[in-house]
Structures are given as structure tokens and as C-alpha cells.
Design a protein around this ligand. Structure first.
Ligand code: SAM
Length: 228
């Protein structure tokens, strides 16, 4: 349950400096958000590849988010520069985690058009029809995701559940502010390392691999709208 969680009233009032002390005063907010990040494998894989890009994981489970927090603290302390600054931030200073129910108040965290990548990796499938409203992709939530994504930003989804893949793909296809983008197009744009991490870096993705399950990828670009 999430009744004890507190949320920032607005992104401006969120203490980003506490999450990214090496970037304090830079005015930066996260550009990558990993929704339902679990144990944080994606963030840990991407952080060194994009050292100047702030990344935030959102995770609702207390112990899991605490684990990711501790993992990041430990990684940061390895070979940290004596005097971290936005120019020499040191490893993993660009990655952090918030314990939050991402189905609520996403725009309270992320400013309008601030994200260049939004990840939904192996989300909970909620198989039963009466549970579909608990799915992390829905028309209402897509409107929020479109709001916080920059035009040109990418939504990455992957799952081993074919029915959930069809659900996410169909809803994204039907939403006017998203257009499908193929894996090859993303690779041609230099986003290959991101796609590779989406497939293989997370704990759930590794589990699917061990069980020789299928992985269904669907990616979408947030298009430019005339009235944005
Ligand atoms: N993305 C990770 C991976 O690929 O290993 C974790 C996948 S796991 C199946 C789904 C995760 O989403 C769980 O850790 C769960 O606690 C989290 N989650 C589910 N609903 C959520 C919500 N509304 N807000 C934040 N996290 C959520």
C-alpha cells in the first residue's frame, strides 16, 4: 500500500540536490526515468554510459527501493573524486531512486517535456481483466507520460508476456502523441546501447533469459504536436 508515501507538490519543490549532490545547483532534473525499476539493473547499466544525464528509478516496494538506494550509495563511494562537481561528478552520481507509486503524481516529479527516455521493463502483467486498470500503460497515464516527455523522447517497453505486449503496443499506437519506432531505427540513431540494456540489464530480464522465455520489445517516439 502507498498511503504513507509523500509526494512533492511540484517538480520545482522536489529536492533534486539531495538525490544528485554532485549536480547540486546545476538546475538539472532527470532525463531518464525507469518506472517500476525493481532492483535497479537498468539504471546501473546506463549510468556510466551517460555520465551527464540524470536518471531516476521509481519503485513502490519499500525493501526493493531501499536495496537500490543502498546499491547506489555503495557504487558512488567507489573511486569517488575528492571534490565532486558537475564537471567531475564521479561514478553513479547521476543515478537515484524514489520510492513512489508511479501511477500517481508523475507530473509532480518530472517537469513538462523534461524526459528523453521513459522505461517500462517487464512490468507486472496483471493478467485478470478486472486488474487491467492496474496496468502501468493506460490512456490516462499515457497523457501524463506524453506531458513529461520531450518531443522526440522515447518510451521503451519490454515484456515476456505476449498479452501485455499487445496491450501496451495497442494503447501507445492509439494515442495521438506517440508513433512507433523500430529497434533498427533506434540502433541507427545511436541508441543501441540503451536497447541492449533494455533487453538484458534488469533482474527480471535475466530471469526471463534463464527460463528461455520470449522478450517482446515495443518502442514509441513522443511526437511534436502543434499546440505543445
Ligand atoms: N523493471 C524491473 C526489471 O525489469 O527487473 C522490475 C520488474 S518487476 C516484474 C515490476 C516492478 O514494478 C516491481 O518491482 C514492482 O514493485 C514495481 N511496481 C509495480 N507497480 C508500481 C507502481 N505503481 N509504482 C512503482 N513501482 C511499481
Amino acid at each position: 500500500s502507498d498511503h504513507a508515501l509523500s509526494y512533492p507538490p511540484s517538480p520545482e519543490q522536489f529536492d533534486w540536490d539531495a538525490h544528485y549532490p554532485a549536480f547540486a545547483g546545476s538546475g538539472k532534473t532527470p532525463e531518464f526515468a525507469d518506472i517500476g525499476c525493481g532492483f535497479g539493473g537498468l539504471l546501473i547499466a546506463l549510468a556510466p554510459l551517460f555520465p551527464d544525464t540524470l536518471m531516476l528509478g521509481m519503485e513502490i516496494r519499500v525493501q526493493v527501493s531501499q536495496y537500490v538506494h543502498d546499491r547506489i550509495v555503495a557504487l558512488r563511494s567507489t573511486s569517488a573524486p575528492a571534490d565532486p562537481s558537475p564537471d567531475t561528478p564521479g561514478p553513479y552520481q547521476n543515478v537515484s531512486i524514489a520510492r513512489a507509486n508511479s501511477m500517481k503524481f508523475m507530473p509532480n516529479y518530472f517537469p513538462k517535456h523534461s524526459l528523453s527516455a521513459l522505461f517500462f521493463l517487464f512490468p507486472d502483467p496483471h493478467f485478470k481483466a478486472r486488474k487491467h486498470k492496474a496496468r502501468i500503460i493506460s490512456p490516462t497515464l499515457l497523457a501524463e507520460y506524453a506531458y513529461i516527455l520531450k518531443p522526440g523522447g522515447i518510451v521503451y517497453t519490454i515484456t515476456d508476456v505476449r498479452d501485455l505486449h499487445d496491450w501496451m503496443r495497442t494503447h501507445l499506437e492509439q494515442f495521438p502523441l506517440f508513433e512507433p519506432v523500430s529497434e533498427q531505427e533506434l540502433r541507427d540513431e545511436g541508441k543501441g546501447p540503451i536497447v541492449d540494456a533494455v533487453y538484458t540489464s534488469t533482474e527480471e530480464g535475466k530471469k526471463v533469459e534463464r527460463n528461455k522465455g520470449d522478450k517482446w520489445l515495443a518502442c514509441f517516439r513522443r511526437i511534436e504536436a502543434k499546440r505543445d
